[in-house]
Design a protein around this ligand. Structure first.
Ligand code: SF4
Length: 69
């Protein structure tokens, strides 16, 4: 596994309530689409990005973010 492949990130746009927390915490990994729902920009992330993605998952009010690996 390379450093750029430390974890897999998924997000449930249907569960997302559009708070934008994840975009603030991990802007390299998450964005918002035209409907204001989460969009995963990078579904395979480095170790550093993983840490940010995990923090975003912990802070998501809808528990819509999953980080595996
Ligand atoms: S933190 Fe959760 S609810 Fe807020 S925009 Fe991101 S995925 Fe959606």
């Amino acid at each position: 596994m390379s450093d750029n492949d430390a974890a897999a990130v998924t997000a449930d746009a249907d569960a997302c309530v559009g708070s934008g927390n994840c975009v603030i915490v991990a802007p390299a990994v998450f964005g918002l689409d035209d409907d204001g729902a989460v969009a995963v920009l990078r579904d395979r992330v480095s170790a550093a990005e993983r840490a940010a993605a995990v923090a975003a998952a912990a802070g998501c009010p809808a528990a819509a973010i999953i980080v595996e690996g």
